[in-house]
Ligand binder design. Structure first.
Ligand code: ADP
Ligand code: MG
Length: 258
């Protein structure tokens, strides 16, 4: 495992991501209702909550895959109003700071593992092929797939595909990595491979925001646990606070999930 390219400060000073008053509706449905959240640089935040509570919508709003109705996002350079139509350059600026890893991996089927990892750095960041491939091989090594550079996705297990997707996200050197249920499409032993990679990234003090149903992951890896219900944050605190909370809704959730 190699050292991160851009080590984050380990003292956690300064809030790297401040979200204020985020609101998102779909017609009459309020998917996010005045959500405010701080994600400290170098930490892992786990988003928990029942199905339909707004976890994916929140994650998607953070990098503007979804257009919020109102709110501000501050990535360290001051709050940016994200409600309503945004200039393309604002969208690009916010998107370039974070990368999303999806439940269904979303690899390009016609590209090898290495091709998947090198495409965006070449197209969007102007890296030449040799540099992109050198870095791509390094990242595939980091996720334990050095031997699979030339394999196409249909020759890889789900866990291997998800690790390629993580290498692809890392290749963009994002400040924030956003994961939407990265293991829920995988059998337990394949999920474990992916969890090991996530734990490794967390131990390097990368900044991760992870939607998951795994309480074990939250307990083991999270610095903060944020619990959503009906588009609102019910609790935002340490894992200890989440697991010891006597709030009836949190207790019920813990019982149903485990
Ligand atoms: P979670 O990820 O916590 O399961 P979501 O963020 O996917 O929840 O969804 C929150 C709510 O918003 C749900 O009621 C869902 O049905 C609704 N929703 C999400 N995306 C859309 C959409 N594109 N159109 C309409 N409703 C949506
Ligand atoms: Mg979801």
């Amino acid at each position: 495992m190699s050292a991160p390219e851009t080590p984050a400060p380990e003292d956690g000073t300064g809030s790297s991501l401040r979200v204020r008053g985020l609101r998102k509706t779909f017609g009459d449905l309020v998917a996010l209702d005045d959500v405010s959240l701080d994600v400290e640089r170098g930490t892992t935040t786990v988003l928990l909550g029942p199905s339909g509570s707004g976890k994916s919508t929140l994650l998607r709003c953070l990098n503007l895959l979804e257009q919020p109705d109102a709110g501000t996002i501050d990535l360290g350079d001051g709050p940016i109003e994200v409600g309503g139509k945004l200039p393309a350059r604002t969208v690009r600026a916010i998107r370039s700071r974070s990368t999303m890893v999806f439940q269904q991996f979303n690899l390009f089927p016609h590209l090898t593992a290495l091709g998947n990892v090198t495409l965006a750095p070449m197209e969007n960041r102007g890296l030449d092929r040799a540099a992109a491939e050198a870095r791509g091989r390094e990242l595939l090594g980091k996720v334990g797939l050095a031997e699979k550079s030339d394999a196409y996705p249909d020759r890889l297990s789900g866990g291997q595909q998800q690790r390629v997707a993580i290498a692809r996200a890392l290749a963009m050197d994002p400040d924030f990595l956003l994961f939407d249920e990265p293991t829920s499409a995988l059998d337990p032993e394949l999920a474990a491979e992916v969890v090991a990679v996530l734990a490794d990234l967390a131990s390097e003090h990368r900044t991760l925001v992870v939607v998951t149903h795994s309480l074990a992951f939250a307990q083991r890896v999270a610095d903060r646990v944020v619990f959503l219900e009906d588009g609102k944050i019910l609790q935002d605190g340490t894992p200890e606070e989440f697991f010891s909370s006597t709030d009836e809704r949190l207790r019920r959730f813990r019982e149903v999930i485990s």
